[in-house]
Design a protein around this ligand. Sequence first.
Ligand SMILES: [Zn+2]
Length: 255
Amino acid sequence: MHFIDSHTHLYKEYYEEDLDAVIQRALDAKVTKSILPCVNAQTISDLFDAVGKYPQHLFPLIGLHPTDVTKNYLADLDFLEKQLSRPEVVGIGEIGMDLYHETEMVEQQKDAFYRQLAWAKELRLPLSIHIRSAYPHALEILKKFTGCGLTGILHCFSGGIQEAEWALKFGFILGIGGVVTFKNNKLQDIVKAVGLENIALETDSPFLSPTPYRGQRNESANIPIIAQKVADIFETSIERVAEVTSANVERIFRI
Ligand SMILES: [Zn+2]
């Protein structure tokens, strides 16, 4: 049995002191592979430093996170696009739209999202997509790529059943993390509706720790807690959850 953490920011400043111990705890918990999304040009050397240290376990993506879209986004995209040829890179992310906080960058976010989706189309790379409080905007842009063969994960899925059905039809699966362990969350119904074959497990470390670690720094070793919750939802074994969700991520990211 092994697990995959399909979305984790292990390389960031949050793990400067103890990354080795964090990775060891993940391996002890049978989380043998983790996908590391990129958020901006400034932290890219941290990302590749971590991947260089654990090439068997950490798999990087390249992308400009929507909340990192600034007035300089075109220069950032130029720089990031050049990183796509690095042999370690397995996909594009995290990219998308985030209008949770008021922002003047709506048009720039849309343009950055569109340009990066075009990379994915051209290079046939899978995606890790971040959508927060922006489903109508994000779907409008994704629809321009209908029939282009895009695939990937809608990370930290926060939409409703309609968005979930649309995502599946489009070729995406849903990233499910700590939120599924919180009390009174609607995500459990969505997980049940889409089925195990359409979900990936993720921590989104250092954020969104599952219950009972809510509020603390998250890490990939917490994946089995999320897996157990998913197993309870389907009334199946954690081994089966590990097997199916790992195969989903391995298929999409070819790792
Ligand atoms: Zn993320």
